[in-house]
Design a protein around this ligand. Structure first.
Ligand SMILES: [Zn+2]
Ligand SMILES: [Zn+2]
Length: 176
């Protein structure tokens, strides 16, 4: 296991700190529980102090396997996510009730510490799609036979159930 990286805000150098490391995560706690990590998560970050605020800017990359929410086939999903976040001291968290609008979503640090591993994990969750899809136009599973349509195994004829068309077909049939 990699060593923990907890930043002590008081000891943060004036010019900031550069972090470049890999993290191994399990699927536990991920918003998308079907996710499986195919690569470690690589994080490149800069952590800077601006008064009491801590600015964290960076990029996380990894390769994840999701299960498609339509056809339930696993597919690979590359993550390459840039982010720019601000952590405020905990004193402001107590005053959260008085914050408005965007301020409600602010992040806070406690006891003058920031766990970089947690920052990376949080940003990773935010980079996930709400409904993972193997492709934008995945046809999913056939409601008739239950087979995966895109695999070509489904032989059900897609009927156009438009009564006007049915009438038209009858009409044509009469004529011929
Ligand atoms: Zn799919
Ligand atoms: Zn079918």
């Amino acid at each position: 296991m990699e060593e923990k990286m907890i930043i002590n805000v008081d000891k943060l150098p004036q010019k900031g700190l550069k972090v470049s490391r890999n993290y191994e995560f399990s699927s536990e706690g991920l918003v998308e529980e079907s996710a499986v990590f195919l690569h470690p998560v690589h994080a490149e970050l800069t952590v800077k102090k601006a008064g009491e605020d801590i600015l964290i800017k960076g990029n996380i990359t990894t390769l994840i396997s999701f299960v498609c929410s339509r056809c339930i086939i696993p597919f690979e999903f590359p993550v390459d996510s840039k982010f720019d976040v601000v952590y405020l001291p905990e004193e402001l968290d107590v005053m959260k009730d008085h914050l408005e609008g965007d301020d409600i979503n602010k992040l806070f640090y406690y006891e003058n510490k920031i766990d970089i591993r947690e920052v990376v994990f949080e940003q990773l969750n935010l980079s996930f799609p709400t409904k993972p899809l193997c492709s934008e136009n995945c046809a999913g599973i056939c409601p008739v036979c239950g087979k995966i349509i895109s695999s070509g195994k489904c032989a059900c004829v897609k009927r156009i159930s438009d009564p006007r068309l049915d009438k038209l077909k009858m009409f044509i049939g009469d004529k011929s």
